[in-house]
Each structure stands twice: as structure tokens, then as C-alpha cells.
Design a protein around this ligand. Sequence first.
Ligand SMILES: Cc1ncc(COP(=O)(O)O)c(C=O)c1O
Length: 272
Amino acid sequence: MEKTERIWLDGKLVPWEAAQVHVLTHTLHYGLGVFEGIRCYQCHDGRSAVFRLREHIDRLYGSAHVLELAMPYPRERLVEACLETVRANRLRECYLRPIVFMGDGEMGLAARPATRVAVAAWPWGAYLGDEGMKNGIRVKTSSFARFHPNTLLTKAKATGHYVNSILASREARTAGYDEALLLDVDGYVSEASGENVFVRGALHARRGLPGGRGVLHRHGGRGDADPRARRPAHRRRHAGADHAPPAGPLLRGRARARGALSLLARVPLARC
Ligand SMILES: Cc1ncc(COP(=O)(O)O)c(C=O)c1O
């Protein structure tokens, strides 16, 4: 990754190398932290703009609330921290990563050490590569199911939840694909390992399941309040489907799924 000069840590911009945590940081051990992925784009007039900054910060606070992480700052302070971090690093375009985690000093599952907050920003191109943006990606349906709301609080964008994504992503890449599509425990399309899945503007996820947390990148799709914006899709519906563009801040826009979207065996997903 490309280093930048400063990271906002616990209220101050510090040099990149100084943004360190102790090895006994609680979140490092048990995975209870929350974060966001936000994009800052350079606009046609040359100025930079952060995409839905306020909404991302609201979702961050929502995630923290669900997991009972006490936020040490008001929302406005974090909105400002994101902007300060972009400016301090003189970035025209970048990825922004606010993260909220439990610090050190107490260990064990019942501990609630003080919440710490960091915001880092760095240039990050298309997550699945420029080639993927241009020509599409190959997506494999994962053998790992997206976790059930009775397993984890799926509304939260939590650090520990990403173990599930990493397992799915590794499995897909090892099998020669670019990305993994995760189904929920009932076999409905949930989301990709790092993106939502849309088909013709409609989010493929069931309400209350992963992706049921607020969705911020929809690329021309309908609003969250519109019931047509969500179209639960069982894997059997994908048989013969021809496209499923995943979208999210990591992708920097959206990528098309191409080639075989393997639903256990192979189900073709071609153009979008
Ligand atoms: C697992 C997962 N799903 C979906 C998304 C897309 O999120 P957003 O609602 O910000 O577009 C992301 C982005 O980081 C993600 O990691």
C-alpha cells in the first residue's frame, strides 16, 4: 500500500509511522471493532469530494451502537477528522478508513477498555484491479455461508465479521476466480466478500441479513426505502442469470461479474 504522511489517531494527526497500537489491544484479540470504507474522488472541476461522508459516519456510529462501543467523539468531529486527514495528506483521490476499536489495558471478554478511533487515508485504485473494471471479474459462489443474524450482529460493519469474507475470498482466489459471492444460510444471495451485489439496480440481499445494514453504494439503483430496491435471489434464480455487478467503496465504482459465477457447479453470469 502507498503510505501517506499523517493518520488521525485519537483526536490528533500523527505521522504515519507513529500511528501504532499496543499488542494487547483488545480488538486485535477478539475482533470487536467497527470501520468504514469511504472514497474521495476528484471531480470534473478539479476539486475533491468525499462520497456520502456523513452517511458513512452515521453508519459507523450505528455499527458502534449495535456493538455497544462507546464513541468518544460527536459525529461532526469524525466527519471533520476524515476531511482533515485528506487535506493533511494533500490527496486528490483516496480511500478513507475510519476505524473504531477497543484499546489496551484490560483483557478478557467482559472487558470494555476505552474506545479508540483512527482515520487513515491513502491512494487505493480499483480493488479488483483496472483489468477487472474494464473486462469484468470472475465470481465464484463460496462454500462459506454468510453468517446468520443469530450468529453475529449483521447490521454492524465489524472488523471480526471479515474473517468470513477473507475465508470466502481466499477460497475463490485459490480456485482461480477474482471474487467470492456469499449466500446466506438459506441459500439466498447475500453479498460478495467485499461488495454488495446488484442486478439491474436492485440489491440482491434479504432484509435483516448481511447487506441489510445500510447500503451506501448503489450506482444508479433505487433508494433503500424503495422495496423494489431489494430483490432477494435464491441461488436457483441465478441459474442462467447473465450479470451481477457488485458495488462498494473498495471497487471504486463497480465491476461487472463475467464468465462463470459458480453456484456450486457453474452458472454463467456474463454481461451487464
Ligand atoms: C462485505 C461488504 N459488503 C458490502 C460492502 C459495500 O458497502 P457500501 O454499503 O458502503 O457500499 C462492503 C464494503 O466495504 C463490504 O466489505
